[in-house]
Ligand binder design. Structure first.
Ligand SMILES: O=C(CO)[C@H](O)[C@H](O)COP(=O)(O)O
Length: 146
């Protein structure tokens, strides 16, 4: 089966982990588009989370990975976009459930609270999991505010 199209973005707090994740994802055979940031100079996370979420919303990419210090800022921002379900993932098990139960399409990682090794495990768990459908479909369909 073909791999999903992936986008990644971070603020300064997530920059170095993002760079490591890009190398790891390339090793796994993924093509990843990087929406920035491109250094560890201080930036504002919405400036990077909004473009990634817009691209997911438009269908340009199937899945996204966002990083900031806590993971909250990028996740709150991404979840303002229709059709984007960003989940704060601080453990591989949470990342798996985010896909299986919540059909999350963005994995938000708290870069200041997980090691690079843990971030790789979180992303791998997120990418390997599949939405289970069934009762979860009904619940996910109730999320959007009409
Ligand atoms: O986690 C974040 C947002 O949720 C940011 O990465 C964090 O607020 C950046 O903090 P600072 O400007 O002190 O480096």
């Amino acid at each position: 089966m073909s791999k999903p199209t992936l986008a990644i973005a971070s603020d300064h707090a997530g920059y170095s982990t993002k760079e490591e994740l890009k190398k790891y994802l390339a090793e796994l055979g993924y093509n990843v588009w990087d929406f920035g940031t491109h250094s560890d100079d201080s930036v504002d996370y919405p400036d990077f989370a909004h473009p990634l979420a817009t691209a997911i919303e438009k269908g340009d990419y199937q899945l996204g990975i966002l990083l900031c210090g806590s993971g909250n800022g990028v996740s709150i921002t991404a979840n303002k976009h229709q059709g984007v379900r960003s989940a704060l993932c601080w453990l591989p098990e949470i990342a798996t459930l985010a896909r299986q139960h919540n059909d999350a399409n963005v994995c938000a990682i708290p870069a200041r609270f997980v090691s690079v090794s843990e971030a790789k495990q979180i992303v791998k768990a997120f990418l390997d999991a599949k939405f289970e459908g069934g009762r979860h479909t009904r619940r996910v369909e109730k999320i959007p505010v009409k």
